[in-house]
Write a protein of this length. Sequence first.
Lengths: 195, 536
Amino acid sequence: MRAFDTQSVSEVQPPVSEVQLIPVNLSRRRFVFVGLAGAAVLAGARWLVPDEPIGESAPAGLTAHAADIVRALVPALLDGALPEDAPGRDAAITRTVAAVGTAIEGLPPATREELATLFALLASMPVRLFVAGIGGAWRDATVADANGFLVRLQKSRWSVKRSAYDALHQLTFAAWYADPRAWPAIGYPGPPARA
Amino acid sequence: MTETMDAKIPDPVRDGLARGWSVVDATTLREDVTLETDVVIVGTGAGGGIAAEMLADAGLRVLLIEEGPLRSSHDFRMRESEAYRDLYQESAARKTADKAINILQGRCVGGGTTVNWTSSFRTPVTTLAHWQSAYGLNGFDEPGLAPWFARVEERLGIAPWSVAPNANNAALARGAGKLGIGWHAIRRNVRQCWNLGYCGLGCPTNAKQSMLVTTIPHALDRGATLVTRARAMRLVLRGDAVDSLECAAMDASGTAASSRRIRVRARMFVAAGGAIGSPALLLRSNVPDPYAQVGIRTFLHPTVVSAALMPERVDGFAGAPQTVYSDHYLDSVPIDGPVGFKLEAPPVHPVLAAITLPSHGSTHAAWMRRLPHMQVLIALLRDGFHRDSAGGRVRLARDGTPLLDYALTPYLFDGARRAMIAMAELQFAAGATSVMPVHDEGDGYASLGAARAAISAFDLRPRATTVVSAHVMGGCALGPDPRRAVVDETGRHHHLGNLYVVDGSLFPTSIGANPQLSIYAIAAKLATGIAGRLPT
């Protein structure tokens, strides 16, 4: 599931000299996305991509920041599908975040790198604020905040943002509906039993 | 069918392994190795499987290279959570470079044949005639291929399916009947099928006559060797021939190549990695390509989707997934005119449905809650027959893995729009209470008039319009003219004497039907020729 492709955004890529000014230690591919996310906002921003918090555990396949973002978005993506009761809902979200991480681990390296870039950018304050429209931390985002962000991605004419929507959509819905616990609500009896 | 199901069903792969088949999981290799053989075949799908059997029968030493794992009926638990990850390219999330088309493609022993939906069509006569007139192909006309079709149909149990279609397919027949358009039953490559409906997740009863349970076991019984979880990295050339094949063992995750190398020395090299994999292997190998033919004209049958709600239960997850089709919208237009489309029904399993339905939140959840009442049609666009339908192009990413550029052109979107209207019309005729063309702006429409008006106004464009594909064709075209083809009519590379291509990448256009039987028959024809050229 390639969330992004550098080729498709080459037309919006800033000149190399410009992106090289950004003093963060990122791969070439990430430079492209830095440019993409708005060089004007980000130029010179050493703090662009935040350090990962120390000592916080995250599900396999996700950084702590990425887990926060997925955890913020899952309630909006799965609105209407998650259990109503708070403990059940919380457990379901936690399971889904973990399953998204597991799914990412099964993707090819290039796709994993694209997703890592997406999450790193979404974790950065300028992108979170100006692209995602999330004022505070992802973990404080409401379902309405998350939904607003998702709808903007979905409606975007910008292929990269639209692709990000598709990636989040596909990862989350695959994680949720692959789980037998989601099946009773949709009337799916599951596959025929076998030993 | 609980415990007895397993007890009664023999697993030909486990039995074969117990008999001492020569099968190596490359991830277990502790050192680099060099292997020698007569013929090495890259890929174990429809092309590689047929070639393996025929070349082994000819007395040749055959070595098969497969990037995916060896899984068999004991492993096939009919779970989407396992099957997509284990049996499909990129966890079933392979996409075109711009992410606009999701491609379902197998990656396991048996390739696409292990996970396909068993639909078996001879190459349409109109397609073959076009190949002859537009590309000068000789010997690939209907009389020339008929014996090969007959032979592989016999080999793989391809026959009419006499069981009643499931409700999802019955709706296609019913709607077509109401509209007075032609529909037919799909032949299937099955023997003693249980009609479970999980073909796409690996057949748990070995009824599907995939390469996994037919030709590959046969070749292994004849002494062939199978190396799994190894990626063919490049062909090493010497003069105007291939000297060896360099492979990499996959890492433990199976998603990336490790540094462990497997070098294969052979007299003959057969690329059968499918229409993305084979062109990519040739590109990585820098094979002579003076006319820049490798990887171009890759075709997908770009497919659009229409979901409907029926008053009765459909249970599209149960029963043979594809048993009815209509070619009305292929046959009623000239092959080189506005793009035609084939109508079929897909299996409706939760994950496949959920990732295909647009939007999210309560809208999405409401559709998912109606899953048992959901009837789904797909329209496969017949690409590659018109000057505005040049298909895609396989190129290499920086890490050497393939990327497929495929432009969704106005020509194709015109067909997509007509197809969405045709599907809605058919679904309402079949009794649907609501139809949702799968597109960002799509909603459930309660009448054909409303659906038609909405579809006519859709801003169809990449990504906003859901486009999927399960058929990858072209990219190493077969043909007599090296300026327009990669291999000659024997399947031999135009510029390298001992390199052959035997898979769906041979096709100069799309097929206009599910391609497995076309691949089987052409592979059988070519493999017979190859066997004759290589004395044992």
